[in-house]
Design a binder for this molecule. Structure first.
Ligand code: CU
Length: 166
C-alpha cells in the first residue's frame, strides 16, 4: 500500500511541474509575433506637421523617397477658429509659381482656399482650426523639389517650405 501512495504522489507532482512549465512559455511566443508585425510598417513615411496661432509651421523642409507611401498629419496647436486662423497644407506640382498660386487660392473662400479644378496641386489637406488634426495619404511623386504652403489668405509669406523627394 505504501509504495502505491508514493507512486501516486510522484505522478501528481510530475503532472504539476509539467503543466506549470507549459503555461509559462505561451505568453512569450505571442509577444514575439506582435513585435514582428509592427516592423512591417517601417516603409511608410509618417510626416507630422504642426501649425499655430502665430502663423507658422514647425518645419521648413519635408523629405521622402520617390514612390514611398506618405502619411502626412497636420495639427493645429493654436486655439483660434478656422475662419480667423485656418491652416492647410498644399503641395504644388513642380515648376508652379507659388506666389501666383497663393493669390488665386486666397480668392476661393467658399471652397476653403483650394481653387476648383486646379492643375497646380499635387496633394492637399482640408482646412483646420485650433485644436484640430487632419491627415492625408499619398504616394510620393518622382524625385525633385516641390513647394508646400498654407493657402489661407496672407499665410503664404510665413507658411511655406520645401517638399523634397529623393
Ligand atoms: Cu495658415
Amino acid at each position: 500500500m505504501k509504495s502505491i501512495k508514493h507512486l501516486l504522489l510522484a505522478v501528481l507532482t510530475f503532472t504539476m511541474i509539467v503543466s506549470c512549465g507549459g503555461q509559462e512559455k505561451k505568453p512569450d511566443a505571442s509577444e514575439n509575433v506582435e513585435k514582428e508585425s509592427e516592423k512591417k510598417s517601417d516603409k511608410v513615411a509618417y510626416i507630422g506637421l504642426t501649425s499655430n496661432d502665430a502663423m507658422k509651421f514647425n518645419k521648413k523642409e519635408i523629405k521622402v523617397k520617390a514612390g514611398q507611401k506618405v502619411k502626412l498629419t497636420l495639427r493645429h496647436i493654436g486655439s483660434l477658429n478656422k475662419m480667423l486662423m485656418g491652416h492647410n497644407v498644399v503641395i504644388l506640382k513642380k515648376g508652379v509659381d507659388a506666389v501666383k498660386f497663393a493669390a488665386l487660392a486666397a480668392a476661393e473662400r467658399e471652397n476653403e482656399y483650394i481653387p476648383k479644378d486646379s492643375q497646380d496641386i499635387l496633394f492637399y489637406t482640408k482646412l483646420i482650426g485650433g485644436g484640430e488634426t487632419t491627415s492625408i495619404e499619398f504616394t510620393a511623386p518622382e524625385a525633385g523639389t516641390y513647394e508646400f504652403l498654407c493657402s489661407f489668405p496672407g499665410h503664404f509669406a510665413m507658411m511655406r517650405g520645401k517638399f523634397i523627394v529623393e
